[in-house]
Ligand binder design. Structure first.
Ligand code: SF4
Length: 141
């Protein structure tokens, strides 16, 4: 099955530890994360800076924009743009998961999240940097 993932979720999936905006959102993220971390199976992923498969289950999803707070839509779009630029990916293009994982491991260091994810409320927990660190250990070993 092809997945649609927004730019910044390409990073979130490596550190996700079951935290999220609602039980439904957590369930969908858990499913996506399971696919991303399953080394036995590759899959095509369309990368976007827009709503994605995870957003569909988010309680803050409005008709056309994220409604978590007044500035949340601009905020998540800016995260997406930074991550897509950093990984040299194009909005709307489809890539294989294996390619995205190798790019992420090669191009993203844990400390890069300080600017790539600036303003994200999950950053301070440290799990995302830890996830990227473990990904690099695994892929670049
Ligand atoms: S800090 Fe936020 S945007 Fe960055 S990887 Fe973690 S949850 Fe995703």
């Amino acid at each position: 099955m092809k997945r649609v993932l927004r730019g910044h979720h390409l990073l979130c999936t490596h550190g996700f530890k079951g935290m999220g905006y609602s039980p439904d959102f957590v369930n969908v993220m858990t499913e996506i994360v399971g696919e991303i971390r399953n080394d036995e199976r590759d899959l095509p992923i369309q990368v976007v800076h827009a709503f994605d498969d995870a957003c569909q289950a988010c309680p803050h999803k409005g008709k056309t924009v994220c409604e978590k707070s007044e500035n949340s839509n601009d905020h998540v779009l800016s995260l997406d743009s930074r991550v897509l630029r950093h990984l040299e990916l194009k909005h709307g293009e489809t890539y294989m998961k294996s390619d995205l994982i190798i790019r992420t491991a090669n191009k993203v260091k844990p400390e890069d999240l300080d600017h790539l994810c600036k303003g994200c409320s999950w950053l301070e927990y440290g799990v995302c940097k830890e996830g990227i660190g473990k990904l690099r250990e695994k892929v670049l070993a």
